[in-house]
Ligand binder design. Structure first.
Ligand code: GGG
Length: 340
């Protein structure tokens, strides 16, 4: 039995996490393993009720679980996910982006991963704000850069063998340091390595996204480029992600809580994909092939449903409810599991 803490979050979060839990329960029972979900409230709503965006009890539930599935939170991202990344040392933020045949975009055949350093940079939280000044320290360390560069290197070896280091080293010395340390690690790794200034990378991602395989970048650029990449691939409702450390992972959609959106019609794919990354990571860290099977089946089922384009939420031009999309993915995944 695996214990999964769940942060339902705000806005569309409780709905998309509910669809995902339902799908995971069915698939885990079909594949022969157990999942126990432990609710760990965090975000704007619980902050309004208790004064704390991440109550101690929720943090303890998350820290003592096998993995965490997190819905989006509203204005309290800093106190919830940025805090969790630091506290649990979830130094690698992995964000895959790809196009699907049934999703209208300018491009086809796009498939790249942003590997974002997740604990340093301007998000470190070393700040001083006075009446007439505000300072936020940009922190980059050798240890932090080396370990994220190793993640990018290993990922490139399993993919098309290319890493693009994205930085702003022509203007900011700390980003030059990130670039130099990353190059030291990548240079010995037997993969092809290039580099781009972040402004050019933003442009290339729009006009020529096929040049990217693995994008290695510091924390804030990774945050910003993720939304850009999601736009290029059709909808931020499709972008899942993993926050991974040595012994713990928190898995969350890239999107926010979308307070203006009717939750019934919110796209659950980003959270469903995040849950598949969760099972993949958990399966690997616990050497349990049953979880890896379900993880692969979910990813494949998402591709089939999106390629087919019969059941799509409004962000993709369809009319389906999120629950219908989740059902379509679940049914495809069950079929895939039964014919293996
Ligand atoms: N625009 C997507 C969004 O709202 N993401 C939530 C967020 O800001 N997360 C903070 C982070 O990923 O660093």
């Amino acid at each position: 039995m695996y214990r999964i803490s769940v942060i339902p979050g705000d806005g569309i979060g409780p709905t998309v996490t509910q669809h995902t839990k339902r799908l995971l329960l069915e698939l885990s029972s079909a594949a022969g393993f157990g999942l126990e979900f432990i609710e760990a409230p965090a975000g704007d709503k619980i902050a309004a009720e208790t004064g704390e965006a991440l109550p101690r009890d929720s943090f303890q539930k998350i820290a003592s679980s096998d993995a965490c599935l997190k819905g989006p939170v509203g204005e309290t991202a800093r106190d919830v996910i940025v805090f969790l990344r630091q506290k649990l040392d979830l130094y690698a933020n992995i964000r895959p982006f790809k196009t699907y045949r049934g999703v209208k975009t300018h491009w086809s055949g796009v498939d790249f991963v942003i590997v974002r350093e997740n604990t340093e940079d301007l998000y470190k939280g070393v700040e001083d704000v006075g009446l007439d000044h505000a300072v936020s320290l940009l922190v980059i360390t050798r240890r932090g850069t080396e370990r994220i560069a190793r993640v990018a290197l290993n990922m490139a070896r399993e993919r098309r063998g290319k890493v693009t280091v994205v930085h702003k080293g022509n203007v900011v010395s700390s980003y030059r340091f990130f670039r130099n340390v990353a190059m030291e690690v990548l240079g010995q790794g037997g993969v092809s390595v290039d580099e781009m200034y972040v402004d050019n990378a933003a442009y290339q991602m729009v006009v020529n996204p096929a040049v990217f395989d693995v994008v290695l970048t510091p924390n804030m650029f990774g945050d910003i480029l993720s939304d850009l990449a999601a736009g290029v691939t059709g909808s931020i409702g499709l972008a899942g992600s993993a926050n991974i450390g040595e012994n713990m992972g928190v898995f969350e959609p890239v999107h926010g809580s979308a307070p203006g959106l009717n939750p019934e019609y919110a796209n659950p794919v980003a959270t469903i994909l995040s849950s598949s990354y969760m099972l993949g990571w958990l399966g690997m860290s616990r050497s349990d092939v049953r979880l890896a099977r379900v993880s692969k089946a979910v990813e494949r089922a998402v591709t089939l449903v999106l390629d087919e384009a019969r059941v799509l939420t409004p962000d993709l031009g369809g009319r389906a409810r999120g629950s219908e999309v989740a059902d379509a993915i679940l049914n495809r995944a069950l079929e895939l599991l039964s014919i293996e």
